[in-house]
Structures are given as structure tokens and as C-alpha cells.
Design a binder for this molecule. Structure first.
Ligand code: 0O2
Length: 221
């Protein structure tokens, strides 16, 4: 008769979560390389900051129950694609797409899904670019392709999303329509601010190019 061995099960679970930690380590290294190289070549940092997190076992179980799925390691591995999550915050919208392109182009990364909530914001106003990718994690006896969720967004988008999350967190009943509309208006203001800051940045960049050209054309004394 087959019996579950608790020690073996604990080891399996430990190994299971370790794989996601390794996937995060790998992705964080990739992102740091992109950032440092970009600064070296362009003298410009397209990443303000970057956070990563492992989904807690409680959140994983809640999500499995919400999705009506069986609670086995195989089912969790196949269905929960954001156990390893990374959030990359960029100064401008163009940086968001630059970073996502650089990541999507990497040969060992498999793009599984791309949700562009910047081009098509969620009904509540939420904006962000989400990539679900798979990356290979090289273990001692095998290679595992592991899901990682990347959320790439601007400082303004992150400001709105973080506060919206906090506001909802404190209130577990249905939010009145008036407040929902206020939150959506705030998201629209954040998006307008993003466009304005990007326009200002482009204008200053043009001025710099013009100054450099003028300096090059200065006659020798
Ligand atoms: P946490 O704590 O951040 O992990 P899924 O539920 O993932 O199978 P879905 O809903 O299509 O499928 O995923 P989506 O739209 O890509 O969103 C997943 C994550 O994006 C959420 O994770 C949030 O982090 C973020 N997100 C999505 N919509 C909103 C929003 O309206 N407001 C805020 N503040 N964040 C949002 P989790 O698992 O909900 O939470």
C-alpha cells in the first residue's frame, strides 16, 4: 500500500519553491546586466528600480481555490504563472517598451503571454505591461522551464497601482461608484503626467543635441 512520506513531501515542496527562487535570481541578473550595459553605452538608466517577490503559499492556495483547480504540485506548476514575480519601474513609457523588447529578444527566454494594459488599460484605469515568460533553470539533474511574471511600468503607473492596492486592501466591501470614478480619473491624470514628462524629456534631449552640434561648429581660436 502507498503511503505519503511527510519528510519526502517536505523535501519536494522545498525543492519546488527553490526553483522559483533560482528563476528570480536568474532574471534579476539578466535585468542588472541590461541596466549596467545600457548605462555604459547610452549614459542613461532606463530602470528606476526593480523588486522581486515569491508568491506566498497562502496566496497560491487561494488562487488555486479561486480557479477551481486541484491542489497538487503539478497543477500549481502548470497553472500559477506568477509564483515568481518581478516588477520593473522605468522613468518613461518608451523605457517600458525598450526594456520589454530587450527581454523578449533573449534567446533562452520563451514569451508565453504579453498583456499590454498601457495600450489597453483595465476598466478601473490600471496601466502596466505584463509579460509571462518561461526561463530555463539548470538543476543538478535536469533543466526546468519556469514561469516568471514581469510587470513593467512607469513611476506614475506604479504610484497609482500601489496606492489603489492600499486603498482596496483596507476596504473589503464593494467600493461606491463615485470613488471608482475618482480612482479612474486619477489613473488618467497619471497617464497624462507620463506623456507630459516624456515630452519635456524629449525637448531637453533635442536641446542637448543642438548644443553639442553648435559646440562642434565653433571656429578654432
Ligand atoms: P499580487 O499580490 O500582486 O501577486 P491571474 O489572476 O494572474 O491568473 P489576471 O488577473 O489576468 O490573471 O492577471 P493580470 O491581469 O496580469 O494581473 C495580475 C497582477 O497584476 C496582480 O497580481 C497585480 O499585481 C497586478 N494587477 C492587475 N490588476 C490590477 C489592478 O487593478 N490594480 C493593482 N493595483 N494591481 C493590479 P495579484 O495576484 O492580484 O496580486
Amino acid at each position: 500500500q502507498y503511503r505519503i512520506n511527510p519528510k519526502e513531501m517536505r523535501n519536494d515542496l522545498k525543492r519546488f519553491s527553490l526553483i522559483y527562487k533560482f528563476a528570480l535570481d536568474e532574471m534579476n541578473t539578466k535585468i542588472n546586466i541590461l541596466k549596467e550595459e545600457f548605462i555604459h553605452i547610452h549614459d542613461y538608466n532606463p530602470i528606476e528600480h526593480c523588486n522581486s517577490r515569491l508568491k506566498s503559499p497562502e496566496s497560491i492556495v487561494k488562487k488555486m481555490i479561486r480557479k477551481n483547480l486541484g491542489l497538487s504540485i503539478e497543477s500549481i506548476r502548470d497553472n500559477i504563472k506568477d509564483i515568481a514575480g518581478i516588477r520593473i519601474i522605468c522613468p518613461f513609457i518608451t523605457d517600458v517598451y525598450k526594456i520589454s523588447q530587450m527581454i523578449e529578444k533573449q534567446r533562452d527566454i520563451e514569451l508565453v503571454e504579453r498583456k499590454d494594459y498601457i495600450k489597453q488599460p483595465k476598466p478601473n484605469g490600471y496601466q502596466s505591461l505584463h509579460l509571462i515568460i518561461k526561463i530555463p533553470v539548470f538543476m543538478s539533474d535536469r533543466v526546468e522551464m519556469v514561469f516568471v511574471e514581469l510587470q513593467i511600468r512607469t513611476i506614475a503607473m506604479d504610484f497609482w497601482a500601489s496606492l489603489e492596492h492600499k486603498i482596496y486592501y483596507k476596504y473589503d466591501k464593494e467600493i461606491p461608484e463615485r470613488i471608482k470614478k475618482d480612482l479612474k480619473d486619477a489613473a488618467i491624470s497619471a497617464a497624462e503626467l507620463d506623456l507630459k514628462m516624456e515630452r519635456i524629456n524629449n525637448e531637453v534631449a533635442d536641446l542637448k543635441v543642438k548644443d553639442d552640434l553648435d559646440a562642434d561648429l565653433l571656429p578654432f581660436n
